[in-house]
Write a protein that binds this ligand. Structure first.
Ligand SMILES: Nc1ncnc2c1ncn2[C@@H]1O[C@H](COP(=O)(O)OP(=O)(O)OP(=O)(O)O)[C@@H](O)[C@H]1O
Ligand SMILES: [Mg+2]
Length: 258
């Protein structure tokens, strides 16, 4: 369970970007976070995985208070949080297997990593996951030879190699064509169920958020102003979340409560 209480994040001396935010995520649910550009979606994910230090408040993942951790404890806790990025964040000149195994850094010795002498169990697990997402045939290909959708599958497998307790994805499909984007969303949803893993996805595509996630959290100016099942996201709620914003993909007629 992830329990965020009274979270505040202020960059420098400006107005807080996250304002006393509360959010609890339980079970293997797939949660999407929507909201205009600048609402604080990425900052929220970065606070969860501690890439950004919250100004105040509490973030507890399965009993561990993350905001209090330092050094080794922090590194250990961060392994439990898998991260998937919009730009995939692969090392282009390395193979798919090497990229995937980088998810094990922190678990294996530096020597094993440098010599690419990966533990057998890690190689087995990598192949299982790569088979699952349909990229096993590319294990020895360089990452930059893959298509965007395939590269994101590598990103997902790398995150899963960490054996995370939660998976965070910051606009994982924003760089993909519409069909590939849907495939990746479907994959994330299915993996959440299969691995009993909560998944939190920042996303601008409201149609996909409605179709592929169980719960939609709407943010505006650093606050959560909507938190409900997708079919409750009606036009009035959309208006409130996106009022005055030219950025939103409002999802066409999907906006209507279904
Ligand atoms: N490192 C930083 N230093 C200062 N301000 C920042 C930093 N990162 C983000 N901000 C500011 O915090 C606010 C929220 O940014 P954030 O990236 O969290 O929004 P977002 O909802 O993810 O937007 P988008 O949909 O465009 O990705 C913005 O006003 C942004 O300019
Ligand atoms: Mg963002």
């Amino acid at each position: 369970m992830l329990k965020i209480t009274d979270l505040v994040k202020r960059y420098g001396t400006g107005e807080p970007v996250l304002k006393n935010l509360d959010l609890t995520i339980e079970g293997e649910s797939v949660v999407s976070i929507i909201g205009s550009s600048g609402a604080g979606k990425s900052t929220l994910l970065r606070c969860i995985n501690q890439l950004v230090k919250p100004t105040s408040g509490s973030i507890v993942l399965n009993g561990t208070e993350l905001t209090a951790l330092r050094g080794k404890d922090l590194r250990e806790a961060r392994r439990k949080i898998g991260m998937v990025f919009q730009g995939f964040n692969l090392v282009d000149r390395l193979t798919v297997m090497e990229n995937v195994q980088s998810g094990r850094l922190g678990y294996i010795s530096t020597w094993s990593a440098i010599t690419r002498n990966y533990p057998k169990a890690d190689i087995r697990r990598a192949f299982e996951l790569m088979e699952r997402v349909g990229i096993a045939q590319y294990a020895n290909s360089r990452a930059d030879q893959l298509s965007g959708g395939e590269r994101q599958r590598v990103g997902v497998v790398r995150a899963l190699m960490q054996q995370p307790e939660i998976l965070l994805a910051d606009e994982p499909t924003a760089s993909l064509d519409p069909k590939t984007s849907e495939q990746i969303m479907g994959l994330l949803r299915d993996l959440a169920g299969e691995l009993k893993l909560p998944v939190v996805i920042n996303i601008h595509n409201v149609t996909e958020a409605k179709e592929y996630t169980d719960r939609i959290v709407g943010m505006r100016y650093g606050r959560i102003i909507f938190d409900d099942k997708p079919d409750k996201l009606d036009e009035a709620a959309m208006e409130e979340i996106y009022a005055g914003s030219p950025h939103a993909d409002r999802g066409g007629d999907m906006v209507k409560a279904s």
